[in-house]
Design a protein around this ligand. Structure first.
Ligand SMILES: Cc1cc2nc3c(=O)[nH]c(=O)nc-3n(C[C@H](O)[C@H](O)[C@H](O)COP(=O)(O)OP(=O)(O)OC[C@H]3O[C@@H](n4cnc5c(N)ncnc54)[C@H](O)[C@@H]3O)c2cc1C
Length: 404
């Protein structure tokens, strides 16, 4: 949408081919339908959020960045607000307002939109784009912006078509894989915790190589997570999943949950020494300490008799209890499937795209924008801003190219 609008604004006769009957379906569900469209972070932090490929975006962000987006939205009547972690949302909490603003803009600058028009391949003659083949037709084109998205949430229209089209033209496709996704774990007992949401916990991602006794700490996040039918998900897990995805190929990957991050081990010991003067059963005591759904699993893992009066708990059992509260572990088996991921890592290799114009280095007149490119970031509004920025640059450069 941004590429088509900017191309039309720059004087091109722009046509948007959309395979579905609605535009911006993924944008409309982004941020749980609230649309975390960008972030207040500094440019260098933006670049870092896309590591290792962040530097590629420097050109696009220098041309069209957050303030340009927010100015545009304001002009289109969409006011925004900033939330925790610099996340920017429309004041209305409706991502659809943002998608509608782009639609109105495209209409005002004269983009022709063709719905239910699925691109099949890009026609090239003498190393230059000449048109687009559709399922059931074709269209002439002096320049094409390929902005077909990644391969996750296929119901929104992004089914990875762009990868095939680019590969056919000789582009390298870095293996598409889930970037922000739930994690499937080895422990079957997580099923008992399905739906349980934990707030204010600290989750640490650990890597254990063969023969290593103490695993290496990779990254930590504080906030909210939840248990799924076969693993873990929620905001802080999604953030850590980008790194977990890389680690999975290199040894055992562990998620350690600190259920009581506000208290040190010593403070917990002191508290238990104080409390364990009572005659209450251990299981009843745990109900004050943990969410109800967690008690049964916890009792099994800590291996302390649930019916034992707490005043008979030994010092070593108390240590086990503190250890489990501070280091509740699950082993990551794999990422959830790609179609369930928030973002697709991998895509058209950045080595084959000019970062200033988004034009292919292999085919004249072919441009790329958004998630189809091998860029992905952590959560926080970075991915949408990258789609908007690369779209803007690609649309402008494509219009220039077509009018040469
Ligand atoms: C549940 C969810 C929540 C998200 N929340 C956020 C968030 O809050 N903040 C954030 O920054 N990012 C978020 N993201 C990621 C963000 O939405 C994507 O990175 C972004 O939408 C990518 O934009 P895009 O234009 O490249 O691709 P898409 O938005 O996927 O758009 C691709 C378009 O191309 C069309 N298309 C595909 N193939 C063809 C074809 N062959 N012919 C014609 N048309 C075709 C599709 O129908 C679709 O309309 C979220 C993603 C998901 C799944």
């Amino acid at each position: 949408m941004v590429a088509a609008g900017r191309a039309a604004e720059s004087g091109a006769n722009a046509v948007l081919l959309e395979k579905g009957s609605k535009l911006g379906r993924k944008l409309r569900i982004a941020g749980k339908g609230r649309g975390n469209v960008t972030n207040t972070a500094e440019l260098r932090d933006f670049i870092e959020a896309f590591e290792p490929n962040g530097k590629f975006l420097y050109g696009a962000f220098s041309r069209y960045f957050r303030d340009d987006l927010l100015d545009f939205l304001r002009k289109m009547g969409v006011e925004t607000k900033v939330e925790r972690g610099g996340r920017v949302f429309p004041v209305s909490d409706r991502a659809g307002d943002v998608a509608n603003a782009f639609e109105r803009w495209m209409e005002s600058v004269g983009v022709r939109i063709k719905y239910n028009a699925t691109a099949k391949s890009i026609e090239v003659k003498d190393g230059r784009v000449v048109g687009v083949k559709l399922y059931g037709g074709r269209t002439d084109a002096d320049a094409v912006v390929l902005a077909t998205g990644g391969a996750s949430y296929p119901k929104t229209g992004s089914t990875g078509d762009g990868y095939h089209m680019a590969r056919e033209l000789g582009h390298t496709i870095v293996r598409p894989r889930p970037a922000l996704s739930a994690l499937v774990v080895s422990q079957n007992w997580v099923r008992q915790l399905q739906g349980l949401s934990l707030r204010n916990v600290e989750v640490t991602l650990l890597r254990e190589s063969p023969g290593q006794e103490i695993p290496t700490r990779i990254a930590s996040e504080f906030g909210e997570m939840l248990f799924t039918q076969n693993g873990v998900s929620g905001p802080i897990i999604l953030t850590l999943s980008r790194k977990a995805g890389v680690l999975l190929d290199h040894g055992k990957t562990i998620i350690s949950i600190d259920l009581k991050p506000a208290l040190t081990r010593e403070q917990l010991h002191e508290r238990f020494i104080r409390d364990f003067k009572q005659t209450r059963h251990f299981k009843n005591y745990l109900h004050d300490l943990l969410p109800r759904l967690m008690v049964e699993v916890f009792v099994r893992l800590v291996a302390i008799d649930p019916d034992k009066p707490v005043n008979t708990i030994t010092a070593s059992e108390r240590t086990d209890l503190v250890d489990l509260l501070k280091d509740f572990r699950v082993t990551v088996k794999r990422m959830a499937p790609l179609d369930e991921a928030i973002v697709t890592a991998g895509g058209v290799s950045i080595k084959e795209i000019d970062p200033k114009t988004m034009m292919s280095k292999l085919v004249d007149g072919l441009f790329f924008a958004g998630e189809v490119i091998d860029i992905d970031a952590e959560t926080g509004g970075y991915n949408l801003q990258a789609a908007f920025s690369t779209g803007y640059v690609a649309g402008e450069a494509a219009a220039e190219f077509a009018q040469r």
